[in-house]
Write a protein that binds this ligand. Structure first.
Ligand code: 6MZ
Length: 337
């Protein structure tokens, strides 16, 4: 079997995926037809022109999310979008998905309704796509301010009473150039004190001081970890903080010059816990298989490396011990049967 096919069939674990960034162009167009009418070609043109762009800046990338947000503002749109995303990951043989999304108030839904719709849909998907286990990391968008963040965490803590099986932790994301990490430490501590894991976007842009503060504060996983000075990297290594590497996202946004120069290489060869992730598979037109294929080709990974990476992703996931056992069994079966 060729290595690409082997990777496609491999049971995979996705730990860094944003819901509204994971809508494929096909899904956006389908939802666009429902929202704006069959004959609205302008919407289709905008979606396609975004997909054709191979490189953009991080700032430009943040201009793409409102397109998806306009289609997930109703319960029906959100439900359809979420089901499509789960289906697409399942079709790519992702067996465990920690999906992130920012609970938001829209013109048609309250923040509570947004979150409840997400829970309902994940439960519905578990019978439609039984081969994929989906968990949620509600996101705090750092561009929306502290009051918004407090409200989100309090809603999530309330939701733990009925959805503790689905909620695995909190993600801090949003445009990394906006807001200040210090504003969020109090509310993130509250989440942590209530046993929520923290997955923080950290060092996605060059801001050494903030990266240092974040690493001192601590986190269960670091999103991106692109611009780490050697001092900060040493802290991450001492604390053994797993790093979620999103190759295509970083290269297309220009925060990493090329795949060859991606920090994944040094992290992996120094045996630091590292995972491959898609970030926004729709925005960057990728899949988790594709990310593994790129890593395999660029860094000449062998099957043993693919197995190590897959098992490491299980280890650093926020799954329960039983969920981890199930995943490890699937992975080992694939590699050794
Ligand atoms: C930081 C990102 C991101 O939450 O509406 N998001 N935050 N860095 C990135 N790197 C490219 N990609 C996505 O999904 C979209 C939201 O996820 C965050 C942003 O806040 C974006 O608005 P949801 O489902």
């Amino acid at each position: 079997m060729d290595i690409g096919q082997f990777i496609k069939g491999m049971p995979k674990v996705e730990l860094h995926a944003h819901l509204n960034g994971s809508l494929s162009t096909k899904t956006l167009i389908e939802l666009g037809k429902l929202e704006y009418g069959e004959s609205n070609n302008e919407f289709q043109r905008i979606c396609e022109s975004f997909q054709q762009k191979q490189e953009f800046t991080l700032e430009e990338c943040f201009k793409k999310f409102p397109i998806a947000h306009a289609l997930t503002k109703t319960k029906d749109g959100l439900r359809r979008a979420l089901l499509s995303v789960i289906r697409d990951f399942a079709l790519d043989n992702v067996v465990y998905l920690e999906l992130r999304t920012t609970p938001k108030t829209t013109t048609k839904m309250s923040k509570t309704e947004y979150l409840e719709t997400v829970f309902e849909t994940i439960r519905l998907a578990s019978s439609m796509y039984p081969d994929i286990c989906v968990k949620l990391l509600p996101s705090i968008d750092r561009s929306k301010g502290i009051e918004f963040a407090k409200d989100t965490v309090h809603l999530v803590l309330k939701a733990l009473k009925t959805h503790a099986d689905l909620i695995k932790g909190i993600d801090l994301s949003g445009n990394p150039a906006s807001g200040s990490f210090n504003d969020y430490t109090k509310i993130l501590s509250e989440a942590r004190n209530n046993n929520l894991k923290l997955a923080l976007h950290c060092a996605e842009i060059d801001n050494d001081g903030e990266t240092y503060e974040m690493l001192q504060f601590g986190m269960d996983r670091c999103g991106h970890g692109t611009y780490m000075s050697s001092q900060n990297l040493n802290i991450a290594k001492e604390k053994q903080i797993p790093i979620e590497c999103c190759l295509t996202s970083n290269v297309k946004c220009g925060t990493v010059k090329s795949y060859q120069e991606h920090h994944f290489k040094n992290l992996y060869s120094s045996k630091h816990p590292v995972v491959l992730c898609t970030d926004d598979s729709g925005v960057f037109d990728t899949t988790l298989s594709e990310e593994f294929i790129i890593a395999q080709k660029t860094f000449d990974l062998k099957k043993k490396d693919l197995e190590v990476l897959s098992l490491r992703a299980v280890d650093v996931s926020f799954a329960s011990p039983l969920e981890k056992e199930v995943m490890k069994t699937k992975i080992c079966k694939y590699f050794y049967d």
